[in-house]
Design a protein around this ligand. Structure first.
Ligand code: SIN
Length: 487
């Protein structure tokens, strides 16, 4: 029987920073669903927020709450911003290299809804890639690749470990503590910017076990994504582009976002996404991101990753403008927990990163707060674990096993259907009628002959649809359009 002190599900920034902070003396296992870099952290472009200094904390808190439509828990936002000074200093002292000027001063950029430039970045527009590489090199614990968790071992209010396939072999792994750091729900949506590994499995297990998900109606859509590729993960065009001065334009090259908000391209993400979506629907025009104001040399140095990626699909930046659409990007809601990541009612279970609902993001996450959230709350969870050590004396047996029924024959077709329904009816602009339609479709799919993993996705989809149906008024990313008969 394998037994660990701590199992961490997920090897993105939250999981890896938790691992970095757990001492070598602990027996820790990091479970990574695929290859380590197949995670959202790796694909993050723009950067990571850090309060500039003590004086900036109040402003950062305010920006976060304004963007979050005042649905945030202020105490948690305060923790995020205050702790940013320590976490940024910590990783820099351990060797993380952010972009600097010739004198070695950190370079800060701005993204939408930030009052000041307070976002540090690495490799120009490859912050996630650099951070992930740095954290992988810092990890001193065992990491299992190709480790897919399909159950949490929970009995009488305690978590005892997980069931997972490791290299396709079903395995039961016990632990005193389990940290969920498995990310959000991207694979539920037809158009999304997420890694293919981010598929709402663990949220679905929580639904099954009666563990609360919160704020699930608040799904965030990134405004500027290139969706005309055949791959599941659509290509992000970082908000830092608009922060540096790129425009969103119509076919005639005219900026139109001022019709929606006086901040134009730099309004918060929910407003810009809705504006682009509405404009395209109303005018039937294509909408573009325009970089023609930038000098090529500067652009290529500041955004090397984007330049290269888009050159491979035929665009010559900054000369060419590129058609854009909003796409699903981030789950503001998640598994309910307190400020230490403790999942209420379940001893030994923690949740951090995008999987968690700490209350920090409110109804709409402020750009580049997510990598920071991953680190800040990972550290707090680890501190809590180390100061509340519990050891399980006797392990119950968990006989029920889904290891051989993870997939069934028609799952692929049903998953595709689910993605379409979620995009069409539970997307950027919703109607009550559409949400009811989505609820019926999800219910119908649940009653088909389906595998365990699709069942879990559908559990999470149900939680999103139900939360959206319960919130009658629009708030942040949850926007309900009035139908004729309602008016
Ligand atoms: C981006 O670079 O635009 C994404 C940053 C984020 O999601 O916060």
């Amino acid at each position: 029987m394998s037994k660990y002190d701590v199992i961490i599900i997920g090897a993105g920034i939250a999981g890896l920073y938790a691992a970095m902070n757990l001492p070598k003396s602990k027996k820790v296992l990091v479970l990574c669903k695929d290859i380590p870099w197949e995670c959202n952290t790796f694909y993050a472009q723009g950067g990571i927020v850090t309060a500039l200094d003590e004086a900036d904390i109040a402003l950062h808190v305010n920006d976060t709450i304004e963007a979050g439509a005042h649905h945030n828990l202020k105490k948690i936002v305060q923790i995020l911003s205050e702790t940013s000074l320590k976490t940024t200093a910590d990783i820099i002292s351990k060797g993380m290299q952010f972009d600097t000027d010739a004198k070695g001063n950190l370079l800060y950029t701005k993204e939408a809804a930030h009052s000041v430039a307070r976002i540090v970045h690495a490799g120009g527009d490859a912050t996630g890639r650099y951070l992930h590489h740095f954290m992988m090199t810092q990890n001193h614990h065992l990491l299992e690749q190709n480790a897919l968790v399909y159950d949490l071992l929970i009995q009488d209010g305690r978590c005892y470990g997980v069931k997972a396939t490791i290299n396709y072999q079903p395995t039961t792994i016990y632990a005193d503590t389990v940290i969920i750091a498995s990310g959000g729900v991207g694979s539920l949506y037809e158009y999304n910017t997420n890694s293919r590994t981010v598929s709402a499995d663990i949220q679905g297990i929580c639904v099954e076990k009666g563990i609360a998900l919160k704020d699930m109606e608040f799904m965030q859509f990134h405004p500027t994504v290139f969706i005309k590729t055949p791959y599941a993960r659509k290509l992000l065009l970082t908000e830092a582009l608009r922060g540096e001065g790129a425009y969103v334009v119509n076919e005639a090259g005219e900026r139109f976002l001022f019709e929606y908000d006086e901040r134009g391209e730099l309004a918060s993400r929910d407003i810009v996404s809705r504006g682009i979506f509405d404009y395209k629907r109303r005018t039937k025009q294509e909408v573009y991101l325009d970089f023609s104001m930038f000098k090529p040399k500067w652009f290529h140095e500041r955004f090397p990753n984007i330049t290269r990626t888009f050159a491979s699909v035929g665009y010559n930046f900054p000369k060419d403008r590129v058609p854009i659409s909003p796409a699903f990007h981030y789950a503001n809601g998640g598994i309910a927990c307190n400020s230490h990541g403790v999942v209420p009612g379940i001893t030994g279970l923690y949740v951090i990163g995008e999987a968690a609902r700490t209350g920090v993001h409110g109804a709409n996450r402020l750009a580049s707060n997510s990598l920071l959230e991953g680190m800040v709350f990972a550290k707090r969870a680890v501190d809590h674990i180390l100061s509340h050590e519990t050891h399980i004396a006797a392990m119950p047996k968990f006989d029920k096993d889904y290891g051989n029924i993870l997939h069934k024959e028609n799952d692929k077709e049903y998953k595709h259907k689910l993605r379409q329904i979620m995009w069409d009816e539970v997307g950027i602009i919703r109607t009550t009628k559409g949400l009811h339609h989505a609820r019926n479709c999800v219910y119908d799919l649940k009653n088909r002959e389906i595998g365990r993993l699709l069942q879990l996705r559908l559990n999470t989809a149900s939680a999103i649809v139900d939360a959206a149906l319960s919130r009658k008024e629009s708030l942040g990313t949850h926007y309900i359009e009035q139908e004729e008969q309602d008016i």
